[in-house]
Design a protein. Structure first.
Length: 87
């Protein structure tokens, strides 16, 4: 029985690629959970956090629809609101 080294090398390369891909997956999955650290000093994040806590305490949903001109401000507000509301 002859061993085809090209086929073995191909299978080994695929197996290593899958192994490396799976090893980096937890880092990619965990990164969204640490996103609020970027916003912690942001004033719109703090505003969203306060309003989220208030709405959570009074069993309200997203009653204060805040709209900001900058996408970054809107994202930071929403991140703060979600964290404050307990979601």
């Amino acid at each position: 029985m002859r061993i085809n080294f090209r086929r073995c090398a191909g299978v080994l390369a695929i197996a290593m690629g899958i192994g490396i891909g799976c090893a980096s997956a937890p880092q990619a999955i965990a990164s969204p959970f640490f996103q609020d650290q970027d916003y912690s000093k942001n004033k719109t994040y703090q505003q969203g956090l306060r309003e989220g806590k208030s709405d959570g305490a009074h069993h309200k949903d997203h009653s204060k629809k805040r709209h900001f001109n900058k996408d970054e401000d809107q994202k930071s507000y929403e991140a703060g609101y979600q964290k404050g509301h307990g979601n």
